[in-house]
Design a binder for this molecule. Structure first.
Ligand code: ATP
Ligand code: MG
Length: 382
């Protein structure tokens, strides 16, 4: 018998039946997109920023007239030349773009672009545009001006959205791009500029804080965890739809508690639990699934741990374990064998920058609950 298809997904952005909760945020983003108002979504890694925008686009598409959405992930593009090519690639595919009415569609489209890229075609027959790496940033950012201008023209009749994901990486492409985007957003008022990013301090300096280039331009949505009352019905519904229901609601709640606040971790544990289960997901399956995930990642965990200093390792183990004193206290410093709270602060800074630990409402915690479980177990025995 073919294995049942797993109804959970933790591979990348999710939408539709894979999307839980966040109703108010989705509605808020959909309204802003329809009204040509810019949006910035901030949250730590894997909280569901990209998913939120994807879901908002799905819901926006249910409205007539059909929206024009151009989206690019700045971390994936890696260079300004690639980003410019990707923007054109996505823009060209916008349904009902004015160039589609032209006799010579592609040359007509390229006439609107000031610098001519080399053109090839992907496996779907869509044109791929390539700019030589040596082009000056000013020339390449002119291509972004062109994309903005065309979207603005489309925006006269229907929602037009420019979505730049992983925006915290923008200055790696071009230090002047944030200022340029500010000028474009001021000039072209019929485009909703949508940004998403993690790395709070970078997003602060680009968008949020007074003096940031995009300060006060965009409506901010800062995502927290998805609450239990949204997760539990979602988990129950998906597992039932997949053909292996939870034994009862308490097991679904226990799964949510083990996985912690990050949506990615909840879906990952749900995915593995579904795989491990017989006919139903019972309490023991959660332990099996957790053990399986830890086993799968143990080599990475060990490597991460080995690359830390001895002090950082002890701080990390204390955070994962049962040391209850606050990390700022002298008691904590003593418990982890560091000279004083300044040394603890230094260790925490390094661990935070490496995104191993995070600051949450309840205090500082190990980000990955399975890494924390590894640290509590035999992992990192010292
Ligand atoms: N609303 C949601 N409902 C259900 N699962 C979600 C939701 N949001 C996120 N997830 C889960 O988290 C995973 C990561 O989501 P997503 O890629 O949107 O996060 P992100 O914040 O954009 O992450 P990154 O910081 O890596 O860009 C998804 O694959 C999914 O498993
Ligand atoms: Mg993302």
């Amino acid at each position: 018998m073919a294995p049942r298809r797993n109804p959970f997904d933790y591979g990348g952005p999710v939408s539709g039946s894979q999307f839980a909760g966040r109703k108010a945020e989705v509605a808020g983003v959909v309204h802003r997109m329809s009204d040509h108002i810019g949006v910035v979504v901030t949250a730590p890694r894997r909280y569901g920023k990209s998913s939120l925008i994807r879901q908002a686009c799905v819901e926006l598409e249910q409205h007539r007239p059909e929206p024009a959405v151009v989206s690019v992930n700045l971390l994936q593009t890696g260079s300004l030349a690639t980003a410019a090519g990707s923007l054109l690639h996505r823009l060209y595919q916008v349904p009902g773009g004015p160039w589609h009415r032209l006799k010579q569609v592609l040359p007509g489209f390229l006439r609107r672009v000031r610098i001519q890229p080399a053109t090839s075609f992907d496996q779907n027959g869509h044109p791929v545009f390539t700019f030589p790496a040596g082009l000056a940033p000013a020339d390449l950012s002119g291509v972004i001006d062109d994309v903005y201008e065309i979207l603005d023209e489309i925006g006269a009749r229907r929602p037009a959205v420019l979505f730049l994901d992983e925006f915290q990486a923008v200055t790696d492409l071009d230090a002047h791009l944030p200022q340029r985007l500010k000028a474009l957003a001021d000039e072209y008022r019929r485009v909703s500029l949508v940004l998403a990013g993690s790395k709070e301090h970078l997003m602060e300096s680009l968008v949020i804080s007074r003096g940031a280039p995009l300060y006060n331009m965009l409506e901010r949505f800062n995502l927290g965890p998805i609450p239990e009352e949204d997760w539990v019905p979602f988990l129950l519904r998906r597992a039932r739809a997949g053909g292996k229901p939870f034994a009862d609601e308490a097991v679904a709640r226990a799964l949510w508690q083990v996985a912690g606040p990050v949506p990615f971790d909840v879906q990952r544990l749900a995915y593995e639990s579904f795989n491990q289960a017989g006919d139903r997901i019972v309490e023991a399956v959660l332990r099996q699934a957790t053990a399986e995930i830890i086993h799968h990642d143990a080599v990475d965990y060990a490597r991460t741990f080995e690359n830390l200093s001895a002090g950082q390792r002890r701080v990390l183990k204390a955070l994962a374990g049962d040391v209850t004193s606050t990390p700022g206290s002298a008691e904590f410093a003593g418990a982890v064998g560091l000279a004083d709270s300044t040394s603890v602060r230094k260790a925490l800074k390094a661990l935070t920058e490496a995104e191993i630990v995070v600051r949450r409402d309840q205090g500082i915690a190990v980000d990955d609950p399975f890494f924390a479980a590894w640290l509590r177990g035999t992992g990192g025995a010292s």
